[in-house]
Design a protein around this ligand. Structure first.
Ligand code: BES
Ligand code: MN
Ligand code: ZN
Length: 497
């Protein structure tokens, strides 16, 4: 998709289609009003006849509107003006782009980006329009033998801003939006790819491709390397699988030499059967997205590299399958983690924390400014927060605040959950330093409490994305979250937000 930014009057655009908004109760947005005036009330006549009431999600495509140079004018319903906020704005852009892609024209000139969104400037509006447009047009059809052809696909989008003084910010926002969308698209591809394609080796190859393209430093640790490092909890998860596990460390060093690095850790279970504590069969296919944490940190690395943020960021991904098998770890087995703490594995399905804890110990050596881990960690988090917010846990309140704000800004929200010591008792084991499960109550909190036992040496936050990285049902698939949250967080750290 080709994008550009413009400032100018809607009736003068030589475009296949000009897109303007109409609020509910038939109130025209400013660009719609301009077209209405030059066309001798062509729009208000149609609206008076009841063909477009401005309900959100509705559209009306008009041809040969008098007084305009465009082939078509697309009216997009915006809902009530007083309720028009971020979500409504993003929905309007999505509706416009979907409709443009289905009409005969190859390009569209969108005036919705001039709409007033409370507390948001032109930069925000353009960044989000770009992201939403690319998100809407995303398709995963690489494994279908016959692709669904769009007859005359949209090739070029122009976003308009109301004032010339907004052009500079808008141009930058367009670049940023495209970078974030590229990161999301990578994350979505990885999440959607089934586990017979997306193996630990495939994730390592993806990291290699990023390292080559953006000149990052890459280390991939093999089973033998991990044995030497004492990463036994990670390896205990890999024991039932024939796919070789990997520990991937990718370094983007574009900050000052002695800037402490920000570390991102992503859970990379390329398929979670539960192991010997086997999961039920229903919807087990969805456990191919149990590497959603890894996918989102890889996507974020791509986004920040494309944006060339002046930061040092290190990504660490522990990755393996979780399979049953003759060699698999059994309930009750006790292993010594890289940190020296021993763990009684009471349930082999609580494997995410086992691969993460060794990765969290490993990254101590970077003396990080902070560490953020991202994981499809618990079903309990889906029960607590549904598919709206990611669960956020942290040992540092100001880091938590920063991530919450980034999520708000990115329309990729998280919710702060408690990490109080009171919950630690649930992890007590009779035979080892801790158990890997804490019972049914507060399942997402006890999982975070387990991780907290490995992150005492630095500021740390944990995002449980089990509910947000994936959509079930008819539109089943990967969402690309939380790439927007993480990228906005890093933009903030780079002084760019
Ligand atoms: N990958 C799952 C968590 C999950 C569940 C993600 C549903 C997305 C959707 C994780 O490894 C897991 O199985 N967790 C267990 C933990 C339990 C055994 C303490 C769970 O949530 O049931
Ligand atoms: Mn599991
Ligand atoms: Zn899992």
């Amino acid at each position: 998709m080709e994008f550009s930014i413009k400032s100018g009057s809607p009736e003068k655009q030589r475009s296949a289609c000009v897109v303007v908004g109409v609020y509910e109760s038939r109130k025209l947005s400013v660009p719609a009003e301009i077209i209405d005036n030059v066309s001798h009330q062509f729009l208000s006549d149609i609206i008076r006849r009841g063909d477009m009431e401005g309900k959100s999600g509705s559209t009306l495509l008009l041809h040969n509107v008098p007084g305009t140079l465009a082939d078509r004018v697309l009216l997009v319903g915006l809902g009530k003006e007083k309720d028009f906020r971020e979500k409504e704005y993003r929905n309007a852009i999505a509706t416009a782009v979907r409709t443009l892609n289905e009409t005969g024209g190859f390009d569209g000139t969108v005036y919705l980006t001039e709409l007033n969104v409370k507390k948001r400037d032109a930069g925000w509006r353009i960044r989000h329009a770009t992201l939403v447009a690319l998100d809407t047009l995303y398709r995963f059809d690489q494994l279908k033998s016959k692709k669904e052809e769009v007859r005359r696909p949209l090739r070029k989008l122009t976003f308009c801003v109301g004032r010339r003084s907004e052009l500079k910010d808008a141009e930058q926002a367009l670049i940023d939006g495209q970078a974030i969308a590229a990161g999301m698209s990578l994350a979505k591809d990885l999440g959607n790819l089934p586990s017979n394609f997306c193996t630990p080796s495939y994730l390592a190859a993806t990291a290699k491709a990023l390292a080559d393209e953006y000149k990052m430093k890459l280390d991939v640790f093999e089973r033998a390397d991990m044995e030497k490092l004492g990463m036994n909890t990670l390896l205990s998860v890999a024991k039932g699988s024939h796919e070789p596990p990997k520990f991937i460390v990718l370094q983007y060093l574009n900050g000052k030499k002695d800037d402490k690095p920000i570390v991102l850790v992503g859970k990379g279970i390329t398929f979670d059967t539960g192991g010997i504590s086997l999961k039920p069969a229903g919807e087990m296919d969805e456990m191919k997205y149990d590497m959603g944490g890894a996918a989102s940190v890889l996507g974020t690395m791509k986004a920040i590299a494309q944006m060339q943020l002046p930061l040092n960021v290190i990504m660490a991904v522990p990755t393996t399958e979780n399979m049953p098998g003759g060699g698999a770890t059994k309930p009750g087995d006790i292993v010594t983690s890289m940190s020296g703490q021993t763990v009684e594995i009471l349930n082999t399905d609580a494997e995410g924390r086992l691969v993460l804890c060794d990765a969290l110990t490993y990254v101590e050596r970077f003396e990080p400014a902070c560490v953020v881990d991202v994981a499809t960690l618990t079903g309990a988090c889906v029960i607590a927060l549904g598919h709206v917010a990611s669960g956020l846990f942290s040992n540092n309140d100001s880091l938590a605040r920063e991530l919450l704000d980034a999520g708000q800004d990115a329309s990729d929200r998280a919710w702060h959950m408690p990490l109080w010591d009171d919950y630690q008792d649930q992890l007590k084991s009779n035979f080892a330093d801790m158990a890997n499960i804490g019972g049914r109550p507060a399942g997402s909190i006890t999982a975070a409490c387990f991780l907290a036992r490995y992150t005492g040496k630095y500021d740390w936050a944990h995002l449980d994305i089990a509910g947000t990285a994936w959509k079930s049902g008819k539109d089943k698939g990967s969402t690309g979250r939380p790439v927007p949250l993480l990228t906005h967080f890093l933009m903030g750290r780079a002084g760019r937000a």
